[in-house]
Ligand binder design. Structure first.
Ligand code: NAP
Length: 299
């Protein structure tokens, strides 16, 4: 009799863009885990609870969780790791034998693995105040950053995130050693221009001190981050969580200034490797995972 497949997947809405299935299926093959399968699980928010509770009965060992379900996934779990509790979100669920759901967050620890020594004692600036920014701020603080500043288009959210983690909210992007983009800016090919501020020659993002770049080809996207092409040159290490085919405007600008860069696929692999290790108890074949994530061009 053929043994039943061990199933895993990624819960999201939408989730068609996810490269996690290619990455994890390549990892299972490389680790000799025949019969292990990883699939997309497109689930709307109102069906998340009943879907998650039904997954173990149809052979699921666990699941990754992506937008918009990470906070809800933590709430429906029976137990949670310290990382998931402190970040306030889960990206990895494991279904254990007594029927309990365990929540973990590998986004934050994955970033610590990637950035650790590079961040200790350094000044960091996080752009964004959504779910991934929470994980990034947690990771930077864990990795020993000397100062973590947060800028967000909606300033109140930067303030809330800063108070939750003992970081600093800033009105405009400040100089730092490490810049981490946790907004979705750069996800689409061309960003629309930032609306002009009629009271300022420079235009603004709600702050007249933010100068807009109109000459650089990809200036529009940088402007949405409160930056100009020249200002990007002030950051020695630039990390962009966004991944898409080709490069993002922020990483293109950073590379033009010879900054060290890390792209969203490296971050995807770092968190995926920790999820793999949690589910399988085996060391993750990171090289295979990275190759598979980078060769998947479906989105
Ligand atoms: P989220 O919770 O929806 O937060 C989105 C953030 O982007 C908010 O801070 C939002 O600002 C900002 N934003 C959106 N459009 C903007 C614009 N036009 N101008 C300026 N700011 C804008 O999303 P998330 O979960 O944090 O994810 C953010 C990005 O990271 C997504 O592209 C996601 O795909 C990527 N990501 C990648 C990985 C990885 O493994 N590589 C993991 C997680 C997330 P407001 O508060 O003002 O709306």
């Amino acid at each position: 009799m053929t043994p039943a497949a061990v199933r895993l997947g990624v819960l999201g809405w939408p989730v068609a863009h996810s490269r996690s299935p290619a990455m994890h299926n390549a990892a299972f093959a490389a680790a000799g885990l025949t019969g292990w399968r990883y699939q997309r699980l497109p689930v709307p928010p109102q069906l998340l609870g009943e879907t998650v509770r039904g997954l173990p009965a149809v052979g699921f060992l666990g699941a990754n969780v992506t937008i918009p379900h990470k906070a809800a996934a933590l709430a429906l779990a029976d137990t949670a790791t310290e990382a998931a509790r402190e970040i306030g979100a889960a990206n990895t669920l494991s279904f254990v034998e007594d029927g309990a759901i365990e929540a973990d967050n590998t986004d934050g620890p994955g970033l610590v693995d990637l950035l650790g020594a590079d961040v200790r004692g350094r000044r960091a600036l996080v752009l964004g105040a959504g779910g991934s920014a929470r994980a990034a701020v947690w990771a930077l603080m864990r990795a020993g950053a000397a100062d973590v500043a947060i800028w967000n288009r909606t300033a109140e959210r930067a303030g809330e995130l800063a108070s939750a983690f003992g970081a600093r909210a800033v009105k405009a992007p400040e100089p730092a050693d490490v810049l981490v983009n946790c907004t979705s800016v750069g996800l689409v090919e061309a960003e629309p221009p930032v609306p002009e501020n009629p009271d300022s020659d420079a235009g603004s993002l709600g702050d007249p001190d933010i100068r807009l770049e109109r000459s650089a080809t990809q200036g529009c996207a940088l402007n949405h981050l409160g930056l100009t092409f020249d200002q990007v040159g002030g950051y020695a290490h630039v990390i962009d969580l966004v991944y898409r085919p080709g490069t993002t405007p922020l990483l293109a600008a950073a590379r033009a200034h010879d900054a060290r860069t890390l792209d969203g696929l490296s971050i995807l692999v770092a968190q995926g490797a920790l999820s793999f290790e949690r589910w399988t108890g085996l060391p993750a074949p990171r090289g295979e995972m990275e190759r598979a994530a980078r060769s998947e061009q479906s989105d």
